[in-house]
Design a binder for this molecule. Structure first.
Ligand SMILES: [Zn+2]
Length: 333
């Protein structure tokens, strides 16, 4: 959605590839397409890679562009001014842009930013050799989605426990754990307010994140029903290869969360199942929805009211997410 919007925005201010732009004394090569965005000239990252002798690779999974040569590895994320040089954070003049599926960097990057990075490397201000497969979870973004909120309480327990409070507290605990591991976390809601399902899914598209996890509490007519279950988006026939890939990763994510939740809590394992829930279906990234227990089950409700138990639940979810990230980034390299 955002990419579409940016593309549209750019369409109106597109510079023809044949026009030579000269904001500085030297015009850039005529052969590469360039873009003007907010009075800033952007050039394709691949052209910089070609000129400066870098290999380049786009990782769809991590939404990251990697440029590397023998002694320097650079990582870029769309819409971010920050990038990594041999694992160290550096800043460029303007955020990188993903335009028509291609990464663009500000024109000043090559002469100014890259020169500075090279100087830092020479003066020992940057780590030496750094391998791309050392990509740590710190470059990853996880979206946590506590269910319900505001006028929508979600499930209500037998002694009045409201799902919206339980899941918000658990999500905050998960966020704390993930952040302590250097993972960037975005919450779809941070307090007790209402947010539409559409907006929850939309946040995941805007944020360019890697993982989406929705957290819920369960309810059942039968008071004896208990346990933990995790859902991943149902596979529909005729989906694209990219969507299938997302489905597979979503299932992996759900499995990791479920396994670690059961391991941490010892609760009844209700398994990992496909489902058509709106938020996980309409996400463009691997997503799972976890039901942390039944508020309609007296014992589980009592447990979920205890902060110490919610911490255990949070740990299970966080470990599941981290394990998923580790296995998928290993498979990548
Ligand atoms: Zn719910």
């Amino acid at each position: 959605m955002i990419r579409l919007y940016i593309s549209f925005l750019l369409f109106s201010i597109l510079i023809s590839p044949n026009i030579v732009y000269s904001s500085s004394s030297k015009p850039v090569s005529k052969s590469y397409p360039q873009y003007m965005l907010n009075k800033t000239l952007f050039v394709p990252a691949y052209s910089i890679a070609n000129t400066e002798g870098f290999y380049s690779k786009w990782s769809e999974k991590q939404k990251t562009l990697i440029l590397w040569n023998d002694n320097l590895t650079l990582l870029f994320k769309p819409t971010s001014r920050l990038f990594l040089a041999n694992g160290a954070t550096r800043k460029m003049d303007h955020p990188a842009q993903l335009i028509h599926g291609m990464m663009y960097l500000p024109y000043s990057f090559r002469k100014k930013t890259l020169s500075k990075v090279r100087l830092d490397l020479k003066n020992g201000k940057l780590p030496g050799k750094w391998k791309e497969n050392k990509v740590s979870p710190s470059k990853l973004t996880v979206i946590l989605d506590p269910g319900h909120g505001g006028p929508d309480p979600g499930a209500i327990g037998r002694s009045g426990t409201r799902e919206k409070y339980i899941v918000l507290d658990i999500a905050q605990r998960v966020a704390r754990i993930l952040k302590s591991k250097g993972i960037h976390v975005i919450m779809t809601r941070k307090a007790d307010y209402f947010i539409t399902l559409w907006r929850r899914a939309y946040i995941s598209k805007l944020a360019n994140a890697d993982v989406f996890v929705s957290i819920h509490g369960n309810a059942h007519r039968k008071r004896s029903v208990k346990g933990i279950e995790t859902f991943y988006p149902r596979n529909s026939p005729g989906i694209s290869r990219k969507e299938r890939h997302r489905h597979n990763n979503s299932r992996k994510l759900a499995k990791n969360i479920q396994y670690n939740l059961i391991r941490q809590t010892g609760s009844q394992n209700r398994g990992v199942k496909p489902a058509g829930f709106y938020v996980i279906k309409n996400c463009s990234i691997p997503s799972a929805l976890v039901e942390v227990g039944f508020l309609t089950h007296a014992y589980e409700e009592r447990k979920l009211r205890q902060p110490s138990y919610r911490e255990i639940i949070a740990r299970g979810i966080a470990i599941g997410i981290i394990k998923y990230i580790q296995t998928t980034s290993k498979a990548k390299s």
